[in-house]
Design a protein around this ligand. Structure first.
Ligand code: HEM
Length: 461
């Protein structure tokens, strides 16, 4: 028997979703013995947990019992096709096998690619105007992954054509609502025009992919040894190639932009931390030479800033798995919250990962405070209480590349600009925020968990 949260609480959940306080709500709702509750939703069974033993079971020990499920696949395959991001079982394993050799490692040339797009980012930000930081970092992230994985960058930082990004966003906006409606949402159509734009982009990538026509030998080799070059040379079917390309575009874009944006936001709000980080970076690298892996590795404080950003602002703060068979969770049931919980096939289990990251019994009374120094005596987070990339067989394939991209962009931005100001809209104008008085920004739950408002930052040399 599991604690069932009443109908009134469900209405509160929807209200919190609208008010961008759903993460606070989930943390509060889970503050019960066993940290596991059942949410009564019409037409679907839904359980929410931030119990570490249950999360470990879903991610590892009972991995095969849980997956993305049919409804998720029906809704999201319109964007993410039959890729690693939507499939389960053997289809998922096949996709992961296609990607692993390329996505899980960083090639030496990936640093040069990241450098090139970091310089474009710096150039765009050098105009002295406030910028929607998440939007620009999103462009940076897609430009880097497209360049690395198929050798032709989307170059959205230097182009006026944002049609691919717009199509992905329109798609996500529609599908986020379809997702909320669960089985019913799967019956509603996706954004057809956005589907066409994305499909024709993928066709173009395959049609124009030709390492032999590169401008230099270096470029030819880089393209030929990219994810696409390698799979095409193996004779992998066109439709499967498209699945792999879309998975790196969608998987490799938003989270990098979200984490880098939150990191800049926290640095601006904490001038003493920004100062300490600037000191470490300026002592370690020269602005005019590319950053090498050993230099990035040597930045101990930068690492703590990124670890802490991903704890406080988990970009996949809530992750849902569907039970693929009748099963159980090891704990969280009964009056004292220690009995196993029976789970019927088709039940959606919401993992409150952001909620774990804010648990005071795990991270201490200051769990809600952004403090990179909490990692001073413990630079390796505990496997089962820290999950920005998830854990187990389905954890993020691009983790190393992701961390490199976030750190690289932060290094270059802090080197290039000595002033970063946070602005907000007031009376139709953008005004500089007094960081001591401004309340913290809320987090919006959509496809990812991201800043609820635009993070306007202005950079100056
Ligand atoms: C800071 C940046 C990033 C974060 C926080 C992040 C986090 C995550 C998380 C939490 C998942 C699991 C999603 C789920 O279960 O539904 C995931 C999956 C994945 N990520 Fe990342 N990611 C980041 C960047 C990247 C990058 C740069 C790539 C490179 C292309 C990438 C590729 C993938 C792929 C392919 C998967 C699917 C793995 C699977 O289902 O087997 N990610 N990521």
């Amino acid at each position: 028997m599991l604690l069932v949260i009443g109908f009134g609480v469900l209405l509160r959940m929807l209200r919190n979703l609208r008010q961008n306080t759903v993460l606070e709500w989930s943390n509060e709702t889970l503050n019960v013995p066993g940290r596991t509750v059942e949410l009564p939703l019409v037409g679907t069974n839904m359980i929410m947990t931030d119990n570490v033993d249950n999360i470990r079971a879903i991610m590892t020990t009972q991995f095969e019992h849980f997956g993305k499920g049919d409804t998720y696949r029906k809704i999201w395959s319109s964007l993410m096709r039959n890729s690693v991001l939507t499939t389960d079982g053997q289809a998922w394993q096949d996709n992961r096998n296609h990607l692993v050799a390329h996505v899980a490692k960083i090639r030496p040339t990936d640093y040069a690619v990241t450098e090139r797009h970091s310089q474009s980012l710096v150039k765009v930000l050098s105009d002295g105007q406030p910028h929607d930081t998440l939007d620009l970092l999103n462009r940076f992230a897609i430009d880097v992954v497209s360049d690395i994985f198929y050798g032709t960058s989307t170059n959205t930082l230097v182009s006026n054509d944002q049609s691919l990004r717009d199509a992905i966003q329109q798609h996500k906006d529609r599908n986020t609502w379809r997702n909320l409606l669960s089985g019913l949402g799967a019956l509603l159509p996706p954004n057809v025009k956005a589907c066409e734009t994305i499909d024709s982009y993928l066709d173009g990538v395959l049609r124009n992919f030709s390492p032999e026509q590169s401008e230099s030998l270096e470029e030819r080799d880089r393209k030929a040894s990219s994810l696409l070059g390698d799979l095409a040379a193996q004779g992998v079917a066109q439709s499967i190639l498209k699945d792999q390309i879309i998975s790196v575009i969608v998987g490799g874009r938003d989270s990098v932009a979200i984490i880098t944006t939150w990191a800049l936001y926290e640095l601006v709000r904490h001038p003493e931390i920004l100062h300490e980080l600037r000191k470490e970076i300026s002592a370690g690298i020269d602005p005019s030479t590319p950053i090498n892996p050993a230099q990035i590795e040597s930045f101990v404080f930068l690492n703590r800033v990124v670890l802490e950003t991903m704890r406080v602002h988990t970009s996949v703060g809530i992750n849902v798995r569907t039970a693929l068979r009748d099963t159980s969770l090891p704990t969280g049931g009964g009056a004292d919250g220690t009995s196993p919980v029976g789970i019927l096939a088709g039940t959606n289990v919401i993992m409150g990962l952001d909620s774990v990251h804010h648990r005071k019994d795990i991270y201490g009374p200051d769990a809600n405070v952004f403090d990179p120094h909490r990692w001073d005596s413990n630079s390796k987070p505990d496997t089962w209480t820290y999950y920005p990339f998830n854990r187990g067989p389905r954890s993020c394939l691009g983790k190393n590349l992701a961390i490199m991209k976030v750190k690289y962009a932060l290094c270059r931005l802090l080197q290039a600009f000595s002033v970063i100001e946070w602005l907000k809209k007031a009376d139709g104008k953008l005004v500089v925020v007094d960081v001591d008085k401004e309340p913290a920004m809320k987090t919006k739950m959509a496809f990812n968990t991201k800043p609820a408002d635009i993070v306007w930052l202005r950079f100056a040399k």
